[in-house]
Design a binder for this molecule. Structure first.
Ligand code: ATP
Length: 263
């Protein structure tokens, strides 16, 4: 590592840095010049109501769609200028993962490991470890088309962790998982962040999940960030209200038609 003007090593780059990120679909601005950064060792929650711009932002981070403006860097690697370098240190779980159903679980993991250039011995050890962790060891040689929805979710999560990413990006990680699977995933997020120093960037609609696992959160509404900080900060700013009330107030989603007037 090089030294800066003062002779000390520069601070490590953030695991994720987003600057002036915008995305326009036709004349509609889905994401409006957002800035955020996620330090190593942090679990970061990305919250917002339906249509706020979470999936659009996450797809840009994963390199699935291009932004209209702005920059994304992963541990100092610019996603647009060095897409392979940036993606090689990221694990990515989209909201609707695609799996080749005619592969077995192990074949799928091998396919992913080849993309990341892992060697055979490393793959064998890591795949066995992850299949055991996600309680899929017995299923490794079964076709994915025979997996339940939750098992597919766990396999996708295992694939994303295979190469020990320094940033894990997950769109709605708890959807489709049973309580045991959800507990396991929350524990894994905390462990890879707090013990192994990776960063986790996750969107969620579940305030209880954000309160339980996230060190920091941002709330996005209509494409703009409307709040950021720790869950405790947000509660304090809302006069001690719980996160759900703060969220509803900031995103205007508490002003719905009174249910009793309709039913
Ligand atoms: P949800 O919580 O419902 O998944 P979200 O916060 O992930 O919502 P996005 O999926 O990012 O929201 O969508 C943000 C806005 O951009 C929405 O109004 C959506 O209709 C719009 N949008 C997303 N993709 C496209 C597209 N390909 N073309 C046009 N509009 C789009």
């Amino acid at each position: 590592m090089g030294l800066n003007d003062t002779g000390s090593a520069p601070p490590p780059a953030d695991a994720l840095a987003i600057r002036g990120l915008s995305k326009t679909y036709g004349s509609f601005q889905a994401v409006k010049s957002i800035d955020l950064s996620v330090g190593a060792g942090r679990v970061f929650g990305f919250l917002g109501p339906n249509g706020a711009g979470k999936t659009t932002t996450i797809k840009i981070i994963g390199g699935l769609i291009a932004p209209t403006a702005g920059a994304v860097s992963i541990c100092g690697r610019d996603l647009m200028r060095d897409p392979i370098g940036a993606k090689s240190i990221m694990g990515f779980v989209p909201d609707r993962p695609f799996l080749y159903e005619k592969l077995t679980g192990i074949e799928h993991l091998k396919f992913v490991s080849d993309l990341f250039g892992m060697n055979g011995a490393e793959f064998d050890r890591r795949a066995a470890e992850l299949l055991a962790l996600f309680e899929l060891s017995e299923w490794g040689n079964q076709l994915i088309e025979n997996y339940s929805h939750g098992m597919k979710q766990r396999l996708v999560m295992a694939s994303a962790l295979l190469h020990r990413p320094r940033l894990l990006v997950v769109d709605e990680p708890m959807v489709g998982l049973d309580p045991k699977g959800a507990k396991m995933v929350k524990e894994i997020f905390r462990l890879i962040a707090h013990r192994q120093g990776a960063a986790v960037f996750m969107s969620t609609h579940t305030m209880a999940v954000a309160e339980e696992v996230c060190d920091e959160v941002v709330i996005i509404n209509e494409g703009s960030i409307v709040a950021r900080g720790t869950v405790a900060d947000l509660r304090t700013s809302g006069g001690g209200a719980d996160l759900e009330d703060v969220f509803l107030k900031l995103t205007g989603t508490d002003e719905t038609v009174p249910i009793e007037t309709v039913l």
